[in-house]
Design a protein around this ligand. Structure first.
Ligand code: AMP
Length: 379
């Protein structure tokens, strides 16, 4: 009996546990929240990532560890890696935790990125603003997610407000200024690398965000083969450079047909949720296969899929459940503004059928705005 330990007990851990059940796996989840939603399917150790007693109990009851949450403190990840195999490695985790380290690695590997500068003081912000120009975005280097820890600077006059908002965190989490990319599309590559170095990627996904939070994903993205090969090539270079094991996601902006890397997620990713029903093997199952050293599953798509995120509260399920290719995922969380509480995936054999299903679901849930950009892309 193999027990996989997961640091973090949110919906990613929950979906990992659900996909690991057919493999006969057991899970143990470490999370500080007693009601973490993965706890509905897996036993938990309740405690902080720095709580030594909790870490001890966790480590002594698992065979291998992985993450649902990338901001686990580096010392805890290293401590664990001395006792149990941990995938992805603490080194890969450390790079992905810091936007500056991440962008520096992208550049070292020849992967284009938006203009950026490390910011430590108000003076360095002013200097970087002159160099990068506006519009731009001031972000925390660490601990930001879903658009949190970001301030958009539209004109130089916004510098005071940006510094007032994020300056106080400069010492603790570091700051980075990035040029604002007027992208045509946001794309992501979700890929998996096995313990033996085998690399597989799912077809590229196009993503739409609202207020910095993922709203919809379409796969396969409607991009040409050359762009797709370039994007997958970047993900492969990164995975190899980090000797990465598990699922990794690379978020990219596409501007004037050129790809710029935004960030790396060292875990299963929201833009890969469609793989549960839209691919031969889901990102969750392949992540588990990778960390356990099992053969990786096929990443081919089954038709066309669109994932819609439910933020704040779950809508009525019937509109999705009554669709032939409609799939419902309720994470079992209580409603809260801005919280990811579930998602739906619509799968169809043709782009026309997918667009029709999206139109019906959008109308019936009064979410026309959420589905509109996807329908427009499907033509
Ligand atoms: P992040 O947390 O960096 O993934 O940012 C969340 C979202 O904010 C991204 O998916 C984009 O929609 C937007 N965003 C972040 N950085 C930039 C940028 N440099 N230029 C344009 N949009 C951005």
């Amino acid at each position: 009996m193999t027990t996989v330990g997961i640091l973090g007990g949110g919906q990613l851990a929950r979906m990992l546990a659900l996909s690991g059940a057919p493999l006969g796996l057991r899970f143990l989840v470490l999370d500080s929240a007693e009601d973490a939603c993965a706890g509905q399917f897996a036993p938990m150790v309740v405690g902080d990532y720095t709580d030594q007693a909790a870490l001890d109990q966790f480590a002594s009851n698992i065979d291998v560890a992985t993450f649902d949450f990338e901001n686990v403190p580096a010392e805890s990840a290293h401590w664990l890696a001395e006792r149990r195999p941990v995938f992805p490695s603490p080194r890969a985790l450390a790079v992905a935790q810091d936007r500056l380290a991440e962008k520096t690695l992208f550049l070292d590997l020849g992967i284009p990125v938006p203009d950026f500068a490390a910011i430590g003081t108000r003076e360095s912000l002013d200097a970087a603003l002159l160099k990068i120009g506006t519009p731009c975005i001031l972000k925390t280097r660490r601990l930001g997610y879903d658009g949190k820890g970001q301030f958009r600077i539209k004109t130089p006059a916004d510098a005071d407000a940006a510094w007032a908002a994020l300056g106080p965190q400069a010492d603790k989490v570091g700051l980075i200024l990035e040029g604002f990319v007027a992208f045509e599309r946001e794309l992501s590559v979700v890929a998996v690398r096995g313990r033996d170095g085998e690399f597989r990627a799912w077809p590229i996904t196009e993503n739409w965000h609202v207020d910095g939070v993922l709203s919809a994903s379409l796969a396969p993205a409607r991009v040409d083969d050359a762009l797709s090969a370039t994007a997958i090539g970047y993900a492969r270079k990164l995975a190899e450079a980090l000797d990465y094991v598990g699922v990794v996601a690379l978020e990219l902006f596409c501007r004037d047909g050129v790809l710029l890397a935004n960030e790396l997620a060292p875990r299963v990713h929201n833009s890969g949720h469609w793989t549960i029903e839209g691919s031969e093997t889901s990102q969750f199952q392949n992540h588990l296969r990778a960390v356990l050293g099992l053969p990786l599953g096929d990443t081919r798509v089954l038709g066309h899929a669109c994932m819609l995120n439910w933020i704040g509260a779950m809508p009525d399920a019937s509109a999705v459940l009554s669709e032939a290719g409609g799939h419902w995922h309720d994470y079992g969380k209580s409603s809260r503004e801005g919280r990811k509480v579930g998602h739906a995936t619509l799968r169809a054999d043709s782009t026309r059928e997918l667009a029709d299903a999206l139109r019906r679901v959008g109308d019936s849930l009064d979410r026309q705005e959420q589905v509109a950009p996807v329908i427009a892309r499907l033509g």
